[in-house]
Design a protein around this ligand. Structure first.
Ligand SMILES: [Zn+2]
Length: 307
């Protein structure tokens, strides 16, 4: 059989792509591919629906970061239990209060010794639930009471968990007013929660206390606080971008936020009304990977700049 050069290049590219896929452990029977993707050391990710879940599993300890929604939380918990013989999870960490990061808390609660989050997160969960209930259709069933953390921290929290050292830090208002940066010190892996949307327009939760201007500062501080070769886990990513990356990806997100504020500031300076500015759909100059601008981020930037 002959193979064209073009065909050869394509199949070579596929072979390279396959060999560089994230390591995926085999399940206990070696038959099912594991849903838990290793990042480095004892730390990895689970991508079901909603914000990327992080995990640390060694021979004696288990930590899970974020809980997505109930259905995918069950899938994740089953996969974790498959690795750990269903021993207790030492900590479930919530990086922030949003439903695609805490909606599965109730599924993990019976398995987790503690749920850990920034001090503002339970209040933000309850306020968001109250807003959702107020906006619900008449006659809709009352939403369940949020399952909230039982261990809270204000600025930093650090503890050895098995072979790892887990450090949490709160840098102030950014995506919300309760974002925890979760560092696995031995593995040198950091879960950023929604502090990074990798090449995707972010959610900027102003009712939840967000600040784009301070988010830029937080990106700088997190980059400085970690090594040059730290691997970061991102809450969300664009369709062709990964849920993990490097300091360069962190700083790209900082630059996107800076450019968003600059762009909207320039629009306001021309005297353009809010209704016009928030409907702009050209890409943000310099950030074509994010696709056309969307009302969600323009509204947040406009309101922050004119507040
Ligand atoms: Zn979020």
């Amino acid at each position: 059989m002959t193979i064209s050069r073009r065909g050869f290049l394509q199949s070579s590219a596929l072979a390279v792509a396959a060999s560089s896929l994230p390591w995926r452990a085999l399940g206990a029977q070696g038959a099912q591919p594991d849903l838990l993707t290793l990042v480095r050391g004892t730390v990895g990710t689970f991508t079901g629906s909603g914000g990327t879940i992080g995990w640390h599993i060694d021979t004696a300890s288990t930590v899970v970061v974020d809980s997505q929604f109930p259905a995918s939380a069950k899938t994740c918990l089953d996969a974790v239990n498959g690795r750990t013989s269903a021993r207790a999870i030492d900590y479930l960490v919530n990086t922030h209060h949003h439903g695609d990061h805490t909606g599965g808390n109730g599924v993990f609660r019976p398995a987790a010794t503690h749920i850990l989050a920034h001090a503002n997160v339970p209040r933000l969960q309850r306020e968001a639930a109250a807003r959702a209930a107020k906006n619900a259709a008449p006659g809709a069933p009352a939403p369940a009471e949020p399952v909230v953390a039982d261990v809270l921290f204000d600025t930093t929290w650090k503890q050895a968990v098995g072979s790892e050292v887990i450090a949490l830090a709160y840098y102030g208002a950014a995506h919300t007013s309760g974002d925890a940066v979760v560092t696995f010190e031995k593995a040198n892996v950091v879960h950023m929660g929604d502090l990074v949307f990798n090449r995707r327009h972010p959610v900027i939760d102003r009712p939840g206390g967000a600040s784009i201007a301070h988010w830029v500062v937080v990106m700088e501080q997190v980059a400085r606080a970690h090594a040059a070769d730290t691997i970061y886990i991102f809450g969300h990513a664009g369709p062709t971008f990964g849920a993990t990356g490097s300091r360069a990806d962190l700083l790209h997100h900082r630059d996107y936020l800076t450019a968003l504020l600059e762009f909207v500031r320039a629009q306001i300076a021309t005297g353009a009304p809010r209704e016009t500015v928030i409907r702009i759909t050209t890409p943000l100059p310099g950030f074509p990977d994010h696709g056309p601008l969307i009302e969600r981020v323009l509204t947040a930037a406009y309101d922050e700049l004119t507040a």
